[in-house]
Design a protein around this ligand. Structure first.
Ligand code: HEM
Ligand code: HEM
Length: 246
């Protein structure tokens, strides 16, 4: 019963994330895709948590691959996607304005996304038929004869998804030195303060005055403006154009 209470804040956060992008003018960059992918995985893994939180269902499912599937989707995959979204998003801030290659980013996202579900979705079925966790081999269980094919399929997809991550590693290190540079401080029209620092920030981040913050960083598509950066005072917003880009 108390375990199930965790579904309440989880659901609030999910509605919060979906509500934030609902009917928004979304630019599907690799960073956005990984962020949306995170929400998808968090929902998928959270739903199976509700199964496990019911004692009647958890008695047969406990210590089976259903649990392994649940926590990898909600923790291992979703968590990883959050980190990847951050890397794609802040890469130009980390490496003096250089960007990751977008095409490689899209390939990385789609193959990883499809792969994540192909790896962990079948594990639910293994778990529902009773395959236990933490066993080196199922050879001695005649009941599970014939499940090797599914396990082999999962292993092959894991190897493929691992190779796709190598593609990301290559993109990462190549882009640090050779990535296309952003030409203005805030080329993607973000509101938050880090995009007001110089393309190659020095010690202290801002060379002169530290900017004044006038609002929170979430004012997108508001009052006729596509975006309103935090450091732009209300008085500068009279003309509805893109001069807020700075
Ligand atoms: C709706 C929300 C969730 C519910 C109701 C839920 C419920 C459960 C339950 C009941 C189990 C035990 C299953 C068993 O061993 O029989 C379990 C296992 C687990 N859950 Fe969740 N969960 C939720 C979300 C999460 C989240 C957000 C994470 C981590 C980010 C997570 C990580 C884990 C891990 C690591 C295990 C396995 C621990 C182990 O035995 O090695 N769960 N979950
Ligand atoms: C695609 C990547 C991954 C694959 C294919 C994978 C696969 C597996 C498998 C098959 C098991 C079950 C082993 C068993 O019960 O005999 C396992 C256990 C586990 N994995 Fe992963 N894993 C991956 C990534 C991760 C990541 C990134 C995390 C952490 C965030 C993680 C955390 C765990 C934990 C906590 C266990 C339970 C260990 C235990 O039973 O004591 N895994 N993993």
């Amino acid at each position: 019963m108390f375990t199930l209470l965790i579904a309440v804040p989880s659901a609030i956060k999910v509605f919060n994330w979906i509500g934030t992008i609902w009917r928004g003018n979304i630019n599907y960059t690799p960073a956005t895709l990984f962020a949306v992918g995170f929400v998808s995985l968090f929902i998928s893994g959270g739903l199976t948590g509700i199964f496990l939180g019911n004692s009647a269902l958890d008695i047969p499912l406990h210590d089976t691959y259903f649990v392994v599937a649940h926590f990898h989707i909600v923790m291992a995959m979703a968590g990883g996607y959050g980190m990847l979204a951050g890397l794609y998003h802040w890469f130009p801030k980390m490496f003096n304005g250089r960007q990751l290659n977008n095409t490689m980013g899209y390939i990385h996202f789609w193959l990883t996304f499809v792969g994540s579900y192909l790896i962990f979705w079948p594990m639910h079925y293994l778990g529902m038929t009773g395959v236990p966790r933490r066993y080196l081999t199922l050879e001695n269980f005649t009941t599970f004869n014939g499940y090797e094919d599914l396990n082999k399929f999962i292993s092959i997809v894991v190897i493929l998804v691992f190779c796709v991550q190598l593609l990301f590693v290559i993109n990462f290190f190549h882009s640090i030195f050779h990535g296309r540079k952003i030409t203005v401080r805030n080329p993607f029209d973000y509101n938050s303060l880090e995009w007001t620092t110089p393309i190659e920030p020095g010690h202290g981040n801002w060379p002169g005055e530290i900017p004044t913050v006038y609002r929170w960083p979430y004012d997108y598509e508001k009052d006729g403006y596509a975006f309103i950066p935090q450091h732009i005072p209300d008085s500068a917003l009279v003309e509805k154009d893109t001069t807020v880009r700075s």
